[in-house]
Ligand binder design. Structure first.
Ligand SMILES: O=P(O)(O)OP(=O)(O)OP(=O)(O)OC[C@H]1O[C@@H](n2cnc3c(O)ncnc32)[C@H](O)[C@@H]1O
Ligand SMILES: [Mg+2]
Length: 199
């Protein structure tokens, strides 16, 4: 089976990419399979810049095609924060629970109808000698007052998806993969790659 390398060290993302790519006929490798590679510093000012940075750096190092995901949560009442700082919102140690606690505290006095938010995902595909491709996916929701559910990762337990009537963390992996920002971005990438093949 052909394999695709995703430039991520996030176990939650890795699992999602696996279930999204396996049906498409690709085995998934991540940076967890290359522990010798150092973290790429996310110095970009938006998701797309960071995704390109991660994909191009790792593609150059390995000399093969690499996909990277830069994603996060934009909360309207916080003017789009945590945004690109989602992973390290409560500190450099990337503690999902500490990040959730910080968001809930900042939204303490914000009423339900003003707690709207959006998950965003930029994917970049870099390949030696080719122009880097980028796509974007998003998913709308609302931040609850408390966490619910244990599936998924990151901010999933406080992100309520209206049309499912559940938080992302209450959805099964299959359900999340039908509606998520990441799934939408992968679908778009898929379409572009298919168009290319047809040419
Ligand atoms: O950079 P890599 O190694 O891919 O892993 P990361 O966790 O640092 O990933 P990002 O820099 O893209 O930061 C994304 C953060 O946004 C949050 N996030 C992204 N997608 C999410 C999802 O589907 N569900 C919940 N939280 C998500 C979560 O806190 C992630 O750590
Ligand atoms: Mg990161």
């Amino acid at each position: 089976m052909e394999s695709v390398i995703i430039a991520t060290k996030n176990q939650g993302k890795a699992k999602e990419f696996e279930t999204l790519f396996l049906p498409r006929g690709f085995a998934v490798k991540t940076l967890l399979d290359y522990p010798e590679l150092e973290d790429v510093e996310e110095t970009g000012s938006n998701f797309e810049e960071n995704a390109v940075l991660k994909a191009e750096t790792i593609s150059k190092l390995l000399g093969v095609r690499v996909i990277a995901d830069d994603s996060g949560l934009e909360i309207d009442a916080l003017e789009g924060r945590p945004g690109v700082y989602s992973a390290r919102y409560a500190g450099a140690d990337k503690d999902d629970q500490a990040n959730i606690d910080k968001v809930l505290e900042q939204l303490l006095n914000v009423p339900e109808n003003e707690r709207t938010a959006k998950f965003c995902c930029a994917l970049a595909m870099a390949e030696p000698g080719k122009e880097t491709l980028t796509v974007f996916g998003s998913c709308e929701g609302r931040i609850l007052q408390e966490q619910k559910g244990t599936n998924g990762f990151g901010y999933d337990p406080i992100f309520f998806v209206e049309r499912e009537g559940k938080t992302m963390a209450e959805l099964s992996a299959e359900e999340k993969n039908r509606i998520s920002h990441r799934a939408e971005a992968i679908r778009k990438l898929d379409e572009i790659l298919k168009e290319r093949e047809e040419k």
